[in-house]
Design a protein around this ligand. Structure first.
Ligand code: NAD
Length: 477
C-alpha cells in the first residue's frame, strides 16, 4: 500500500499531495488509504512508456500474445482476491463481481488471439486499378497511449483498453479512478510476475490532477478515456491541442422498449437487470422504460412490486441482489434526483428514497408517466432509478427512444422478431439487445453515438483503435 504506483517496472510511493481514501461503501467507512502520484511521476510514467515503445512495437506478435494469455491466466488464479476487493470497494454482489472477472479474462484471451493473427495481416498487397505500381498495407502500433478509466467496472474497463493496446504493440500509462485505486494494481503485479518488459505497462493513481497531467501530456500519441461527459470534453480539448486521436466512452440515458406481445415476467427480468445491475451505475443502464399501452397496466405494478422486493444489502455479509452505490458523491447525487422528482411531482411506484441505514444504499426506484422534459427523463443519474412512459405505435417508441442527447445502447423486447429488428435498425445507438439481458461479448463492439462518445472498444474495432495504417507504394517501372 506504500508503493501503489507502477512506473518503468518499479513499484513506487506516491509523491502527490492528494491522499486517496479507499471506502467500503456498505459501511461508508474507509479501510485503507494511499498517496496519489505527482505530476512529475506522470511524466516519469510517460517517459518509461516512450522508452519501452520501440522494442515492444517491434516484438513478435506471438510474443505479445503470450503475455496477454499470461494476463488471462493470472487473473484467473487471483479470482477470489479480485472478487473480494470488488465486493469490498465497489459494493458489488458476488455474482456480479464474478462476471467482471470472467469478462477481463475473456478480453485478454481474445486479444491474445487477435495478436497472433496480426502477422498474417501485415504487408498485405492492395489491388490497384492503375498499372505500373504495387502497394501493401502495414498496421502499426499508434505509440504511447494514456488510458483513463472510471470506477464502476474498473477491472473490465481497464482490460478493454490494456489488452488491445498491448496486442497492437502500444505501450501504456493507465490512470485508475480515485474511487477504486486498488484493483488495477493487480495488472502491475501480473506484469511483474510475467516479466513484462519494464515500461510497457505503467499505472499511476490519483484524482483529476493526475488525470489532467496525463491527458495534457505532450508525450502521448493517443488518449482513450471512459468517464463522464464533462471530463470527456476536457480530455478532447487536450487532444485537440496536441492534434492527436482520442477515444471517448461517455454517458448514456438508454431506452428499453417493451411491446404488448411480451411475456410480462420475462420483460420484468430484463428491465430490472438493465437498471439495477451494479446498482444502476452503468453507462449502459436502460434508465428510460418505454412500455406499450396494451401491456403497461399489467406490467408496471408488477415491476414496482418486484423492485420493492429486491434484496439490497452488504454483499460481504448477506446474499444480496443489489449492493450500495460505490461512493458518497454518487449517493448524494442520486439523493438529489429523488428531491427533484418530489419537486416535479413525479408519480413514484417504488423507492424514491435513500435507505436509512449505514452505507450508501438507495432503494430501487420506479417513476411512471414521466414527462419528457423532466430532468430525470433527460439526465444520466447513474443509480437504480427507472423512468417509465407509455407509447402506442412503433414510430412513437422510436421517436421517444431517439429523443436524447446520448446514444449508447437500447433493449427491444418483443415476440415479433421482424419488428424488433426494424426497431434495432432505427435506433441511434451503438449496441442493441433484442429479448436479452445486457450480455456483452468481446467479439462485438462497445461504444456510442451522439453524446455517448467517439470510437469503439472491443472486437477488431478495439484493436484498430490502437493501430496506425501505413501504405507502401512502389513504382514497378
Ligand atoms: P469521471 O469523468 O468523473 O472520471 C473518470 C476518470 O477521469 C477518473 O479516473 C477521474 O479521476 C478522471 N478525471 C477526472 N477529472 C479529470 C480531468 N480533468 N482530466 C483527466 N482525467 C480526469 O467519471 P466517473 O464518475 O468516474 O464515471 C462515471 C461516468 O463514466 C458516467 O458518466 C458513465 O456513464 C461513464 N462511463 C461510460 C462508459 C462507456 O463505456 N461509455 C463506461 C463506464 C462509465
Amino acid at each position: 500500500m506504500n508503493t501503489p504506483h507502477y512506473i518503468g517496472g518499479h513499484w513506487v510511493a506516491g509523491e502527490g499531495t492528494d491522499i486517496l481514501s479507499v471506502f467500503d461503501p456498505s459501511r461508508a467507512h474507509p479501510f485503507t488509504e494511499l498517496r496519489a502520484a505527482s505530476v512529475g511521476q506522470v511524466d516519469q510514467a510517460v517517459n518509461a512508456a516512450r522508452q519501452a515503445l520501440p522494442a515492444w512495437k517491434a516484438s513478435a506478435t506471438g510474443e505479445r500474445a503470450g503475455y496477454l494469455r499470461g494476463f488471462a491466466e493470472s487473473i484467473s488464479r487471483r479470482r477470489e482476491a479480485l472478487i473480494d476487493v470488488q465486493m469490498r470497494n465497489n459494493g458489488k454482489p458476488r455474482h456480479e463481481a464474478e462476471i467482471d472477472i470472467d469478462d477481463a479474462i475473456a478480453t485478454f484471451g481474445y486479444y491474445a488471439h487477435l495478436a497472433e493473427g496480426l502477422a498474417d495481416q501485415q504487408n498485405r498487397p492492395v489491388a490497384l486499378a492503375a498499372p505500373g505500381f504495387s502497394a501493401h498495407t502495414r498496421l502499426e502500433a499508434i505509440g504511447v497511449v494514456g488510458l483513463i478509466v472510471p470506477w464502476n467496472f474498473p477491472l473490465v474497463t481497464s482490460a478493454w483498453k490494456i489488452a488491445p493496446a498491448l496486442a497492437a504493440g502500444c505501450t501504456v500509462v493507465l490512470k485508475p479512478s480515485e474511487v477504486t485505486p486498488l484493483i488495477e494494481q493487480t495488472y502491475g503485479h501480473i506484469a511483474d510476475e510475467l516479466d513484462l518488459p519494464a515500461g510497457v505497462l505503467n499505472i499511476v493513481g490519483g484524482k483529476a490532477t493526475v488525470g489532467g497531467a496525463l491527458s495534457t501530456h505532450a508525450g502521448l500519441d493517443k488518449l482513450s478515456f471512459t468517464g463522464s461527459n464533462t471530463v470527456g470534453s476536457q480530455v478532447m480539448h487536450s487532444a485537440a491541442d496536441h492534434c492527436r486521436p482520442v477515444t471517448l466512452e461517455l454517458g448514456g440515458k438508454s431506452a428499453i422498449i417493451v411491446f404488448d406481445d411480451c411475456d410480462v415476467d420475462q420483460a420484468i427480468e430484463w428491465i430490472i437487470a438493465g437498471i439495477c445491475w451494479n446498482a444502476g451505475q452503468m453507462c449502459s443502464a436502460t434508465s428510460r422504460l418505454l412500455v406499450q399501452n396494451g401491456i403497461a397496466g399489467a406490467l408496471l405494478p408488477r415491476l414496482a412490486e418486484a423492485m420493492k422486493k429486491m434484496r439490497v444489502g452488504n454483499p460481504l455479509t448477506e446474499e444480496v441482489e443489489m449492493g450500495p452505490l460505490s461512493s458518497d458523491a454518487q449517493w448524494r447525487k442520486v439523493g438529489e434526483y429523488f428531491a427533484i422528482a418530489q419537486e416535479e411531482n413525479l408519480n413514484c411506484l417504488a423507492g424514491g428514497t435513500t435507505l436509512d441505514r449505514q452505507g450508501w444504499f438507495v432503494a430501487p426506484t420506479l417513476y411512471v408517466d414521466v414527462p419528457t422534459d423532466s430532468r430525470l427523463w433527460v439526465e444520466e443519474i447513474f443509480g437504480p432509478v427507472l423512468c417509465a412512459r407509455r407509447f402506442d405505435s412503433e414510430a412513437e417508441a422510436i421517436a421517444l427512444a431517439n429523443d436524447s442527447r446520448f446514444g449508447l445502447v437500447a433493449t427491444v423486447a418483443s415476440a415479433d422478431l421482424q419488428r424488433a429488428e426494424r426497431i434495432a435498425e432505427a435506433l441511434e445507438v451503438g449496441h442493441v439487445w433484442i429479448n436479452s439481458i445486457q450480455a456483452v461479448f468481446v467479439e462485438t463492439s462497445w461504444g456510442g453515438t451522439k453524446g455517448s462518445g467517439i470510437g469503439r472498444e472491443l472486437g477488431p474495432w478495439g484493436l484498430a483503435s490502437y493501430q496506425s495504417v501505413k501504405h507502401v507504394t512502389r513504382c514497378l517501372g
